[in-house]
Design a protein around this ligand. Structure first.
Ligand code: NAD
Ligand code: MG
Length: 397
């Protein structure tokens, strides 16, 4: 097995973890290219260490900064700029595997292109499936891309469905499944009262009890919209109807999800809560590879707890379920309004509890409009843009 990888979003939490795991493959995986939107210092250090051929940065200023910071005697990589270059690189045939680790809808065009290019795609960027699940999966099947989710729950479901085998037909598997039990840690505010959520700060929202993640997904996990996104993700990835997907709060985060079959058998995937495991599985699939994460000690763990999710305290969860039922336009609005609201919250422009209010108001705003027809990528991006304009306006009222 030899793979050549391009990491879209290499300076983020997933990107860095992916590089750590690549080190454990001892040369069987070569890093062909990297991309970053900020943290150019980090990108330069990564490009030097992995001797990459190409980097993609957002603009001319970032390109100049990259040049300035490149003090190494090695040949400087080709430096491309802008989101169009990410799409072009997705089609480049010099490598075979994409790690889609950009955060938000910004990662969608390049992920769609990677599917059209028939790559092996290690998908972290769940927003792609939230806003364009149908289109993305169509491309995956039509262009014979190989899709392996690395979101921990979906990687767990993937493992429960096909174990170590290659080639399960996910289009047909639904009939044998009774339920998917999507586990959730419950986030940092599981024990909080509804009232105390008013005073949550960005710092508190970003300190997740089990996972160390980028700021946007940390806030998404705390509002539980992340779990709502993951329901949508499960639906598209595995062709499972919403009625068969249940959320189960499991604070220890050791069971990463379970599949219950129609005969009453349940298969679960367990491991330490560390993204290194799904990434390692996906890079090596179908061969398992050693990594440095370590093993679960059941005597230390002693018990596993499970609870129902609280839809009153976490209204974003209901908003996501509703959006999935109502269709793609609602999911695009849900995602765009959430991205704007989370950004405003992280910049201390709105209160924590306003996040769900802004999403709700954006969905109501959309429902007053004539329904949108969404036939292509431009239609999706247009609805995303006008929703952001609306959501930004109400962030300032
Ligand atoms: P992060 O914020 O730590 O990193 C994001 C990366 O994307 C960075 O390299 C950044 O430079 C790049 N980026 C940001 N905005 C961009 C833009 N407009 N254009 C191009 N590149 C841009 O995020 P993360 O926590 O690594 O999460 C990445 C994705 O993986 C998200 O979709 C998240 O939901 C998903 N995910 C993350 C985790 C986790 O443990 N961190 C787990 C499951 C899924
Ligand atoms: Mg997850």
């Amino acid at each position: 097995m030899f793979r050549r990888v391009f990491i879209f979003g290499s300076t983020g939490s997933i990107g860095k973890k992916a590089l750590e795991i690549i080190d454990t493959f001892h040369g069987d995986i070569e890093v062909f290219g990297l991309s970053a939107y900020s943290s150019i210092d980090c990108l330069v250090a990564q490009a030097i260490k992995y001797r990459v051929k190409v980097v993609v940065v957002p603009n001319l200023e970032a390109k100049e900064l990259f040049h300035k910071k490149w003090t190494n005697k090695n040949l400087i990589p080709k430096i491309l700029i802008g989101s169009e270059s990410l799409v072009d690189m997705a089609y480049d045939s010099s490598y075979d595997t994409v790690i889609a680790a950009i955060v938000g809808i910004a990662g969608m065009p390049s992920a769609l292109a990677a599917a059209k290019a028939g790559k092996r795609i290690l998908l972290a960027n769940k927003e792609v499936l939230v806003v364009a699940g149908d289109l993305f999966m169509q491309y995956v099947f039509t262009f014979k891309a190989e899709l392996i989710p690395i979101d921990s729950e979906h990687n767990a479901i993937f493992q429960c469905l096909c174990g170590n085998e290659n080639g399960i037909d996910f289009k047909k598997i639904e009939n044998s499944i009774n339920r998917i039990l999507l586990t959730a840690s419950g986030g940092p505010f599981r024990g909080y009262s509804l009232d105390s959520l008013q005073n949550v700060t960005p710092e508190k929202a970003c300190s997740h009890p089990r996972w160390n993640m980028g700021p946007k997904i940390s806030v998404d996990s705390s509002t539980m919209i992340n779990k709502g996104f993951e329901v949508i993700e499960t639906h598209w990835l595995f062709n499972i109807p919403t009625r068969k997907i249940e959320i189960l709060i499991h604070p220890q985060s050791v069971i990463h999800s379970m599949v219950e079959y129609i005969d009453g058998s349940i298969i679960a995937q367990l491991s330490k809560p560390d993204m290194g495991i799904p990434i390692s599985y996906a890079l090596g699939f179908p061969i398992r590879t050693k990594n440095k994460v370590g093993f679960v000690d059941f005597t230390e763990l002693r018990k596993l707890d499970f609870y129902q999710p609280d839809f009153i305290k976490f209204p974003c969860l209901s908003l996501a379920f509703d959006a999935l039922k109502l269709g793609q336009a609602h999911c695009i609005v849900l995602n765009a309004a959430n991205e704007v609201a989370v950004d405003a919250f992280l910049n201390e422009n709105i209160r924590y509890t306003s996040i769900s209010r802004i999403i709700d108001a954006s969905i109501n705003w959309y429902e007053q409009k004539i329904p949108y027809s969404l036939n292509n990528l431009d239609d999706i991006l247009h609805l995303d843009r006008i929703t952001r304009d609306f959501a930004r306006k109400i962030c300032h009222v």
